[in-house]
Design a protein around this ligand. Sequence first.
Ligand code: SAM
Length: 211
Amino acid sequence: MRMRKKKWALPFLQEHSEVALQNPIHLKSRWNTVSDQRPIHLEIGVGKGGYINQMALQHPDAFWVGIEKDVNVVCIAVKNFLNQENDNELFITNDASELEQWFDKGEIDVIHLNFSDPWPKKGYRKRRLSSDGFVSKYHDILKENGKIILKTDNKILFEFSVVEILKLYFVLEEISVDFRREEHQEDAITEYEAKFMALNQPIYRAIFKKI
Ligand code: SAM
């Protein structure tokens, strides 16, 4: 769903460019210093940031980086983060296809893909964040044994993602076709996830390990 344009979004993000980075090529191979040696979790397509902001509070032993290309939603993520007390978070306000410009090989511990846009038309398959073009970049920037954790409501996208990821030197570590049937307090509920849970729709989730 497209968010309405917000006049304040760009000026606000520019004003907070210390936490809303546009093109952090200067940080490539330096994330260890930024994270203060903590494991780095990267969420791609954070939307309004409900997940990353909550997870960063819940897991201060990790450092959280959120990528989001739509300034009209990431401005809300950054605003909410600035109202929190934690400092273990940063945002990149750009398209994730540029990923390899910002992260060196083996710099990231975990990649989170939450309710990515399904792009159902065949011609748009390359835009899916779990298509092989993206997955190969994830493989490069993940550490040995690094993980991709994926959640979605969309069965077709879930099946597509499992096939794409397992094509490229990952093994399946965990899989659930109704993740929220049990309590999982360790894992925050995203904005989209809350909507699907309210409709009683199952949440698909899988964890893949890099080999
Ligand atoms: N993860 C959030 C949630 O679960 O509530 C938002 C889900 S929303 C369906 C998908 C988000 O991914 C959108 O905000 C979209 O702008 C973002 N996105 C899609 N492709 C992207 C890309 N290539 N780079 C950065 N963000 C992207």
